[in-house]
Design a protein around this ligand. Sequence first.
Ligand SMILES: [Zn+2]
Length: 186
Amino acid sequence: MTVQPIRLFGDPVLRTPADPVVDFDAELRKLVADLTDTMREQNGAGLAAPQLGVSLRVFTFDVDDMLGHLVNPALEFPDEEEQDGPEGCLSIPGLYFDTKRRQNVIAKGFSAHGDPMQIVGTGLMARCVQHETDHLDGVLFVDRLDAAGRKEAMKAIRQADWYDQGAPPTVKLSPHPVSNPFGLGR
Ligand SMILES: [Zn+2]
């Protein structure tokens, strides 16, 4: 079983720019397998490594019967054409907002074995590739909305039943960690 828990909005790992992959080893291929299994179990179109708490530049996709992954992606836009339509995220479950994206994208990167790869994406595939690459830069799709849309999205997130008001990121980033929280040995 390699389905992993997905990190939700508010987790600082989702706001951390991920590191490029250097070692194309068995550990990387295990990460790709975990991403693939978790994405499919959740019926997601894509999943990025930071969503599993791993800050590496890797994502998987499952769009239009095309299942795959890309390591260290770099995006190119062949034209200026845009699309606008509903977008969601497994880290912001149940919420969808119309999000502007480029219609066409060329994503260059590597397979988990280190072989050069290229995805030429249009429509939904292009949207997925842009969304997942954003994750690797610590960017979430709600950041792409205009001011009014972002305000609406933040309100919906704060009201979502999964949003943990009691565990804001500041707790994990506390500069004064409790070194002996249970008072043992005193
Ligand atoms: Zn996402």
